[in-house]
Write a protein of this length. Structure first.
Length: 247
């Protein structure tokens, strides 16, 4: 691929077709390839047809984007809009579920994963906070009701769990209730995750256990030219504060 790209780039074609060239090679090769494409398009005024499933690269490199399906143009426009359209349309993520569960104690009406900047989206940005919301009704007096969500990666390997037991207050108000938990920005990596749900009564009696009740998909934020366009390793991608001191 390196050799093929090098030969094609130096042949000075009117249209240079680059197919998944950033899917291989290290960071240095990516940097050189991106630099060459920029030179060909901006300095030499020639056209580059960049074919890729790397959404960060498409948004960063392209001025116009097209979705193709079975040889037909489905949509075209600005890269940010087209990438969002592509991920939302072809994602099988399930970010909301209704009529989850009901018994004599509890009725769980809905669970939804949402992001302020992306209403009704199935794909979320990794650099924005995410909210997990539940609407439910407590039908009779109980000491406490708690919700636990287990997060699993695309291979259904458990990553971590969050639980309302971390709250100081008891969740036992009769009638309709809403409960939200905010997941921080810059924590998840690009890709898909699945959620299991457990509902526990009085911290000991599991009354609900549902697997894969939600699935969520994350897309990469737009990157600067020259940044690494590939996916970093792991299912999480936390961003921590660094401090430098000159001693």
């Amino acid at each position: 691929v390196r050799l093929g790209f090098a030969v094609a780039a130096h042949l000075e074609p009117e249209i240079l077709v680059v197919d998944e060239v950033l899917a291989v090679g290290d960071a240095e090769f990516q940097k050189k390839a991106i630099g060459k494409m920029q030179d060909v398009s901006s300095k030499e005024g020639r056209t580059i047809l960049f074919v890729s499933h790397n959404m960060a690269a498409v948004k960063s490199l392209c001025k116009k984007a097209i979705i193709l399906e079975k040889g037909n143009i489905i949509s075209s426009g600005y890269p940010n809009d087209i990438v969002t359209n592509y991920l939302s349309q072809y994602s099988v993520a399930n970010t909301i579920v209704n009529d989850v569960f009901s018994n004599e104690i509890l009725k769980l009406e809905s669970i939804q994963m949402k992001q302020k900047e992306k209403k009704n989206s199935k794909v979320f940005s990794i650099d924005k906070p995410l909210t997990l919301s539940m609407n439910y009704e407590i039908k009779q007096t109980v000491e406490r009701i708690d919700f636990t969500f287990q997060f699993l990666n695309s291979e259904f390997f458990p990553l971590f769990a969050i639980s309302s037991t971390d709250m100081n207050q008891s969740i036992n108000s009769l009638g309709n209730n809403a409960l939200d938990v905010t997941l921080p920005a810059n924590f998840f990596n690009v890709g898909k995750l699945y959620l299991n749900l457990l509902i526990v009564e009085n911290k000991r009696n599991i009354i609900v256990k549902k697997e894969n009740i939600l699935s969520i998909e994350f897309e990469e934020k737009k990157k600067n030219i020259g940044d690494w366009m590939g996916r970093s390793i792991g299912d999480l991608k936390p961003k921590f504060e660094w401090e430098h001191l000159q001693l």
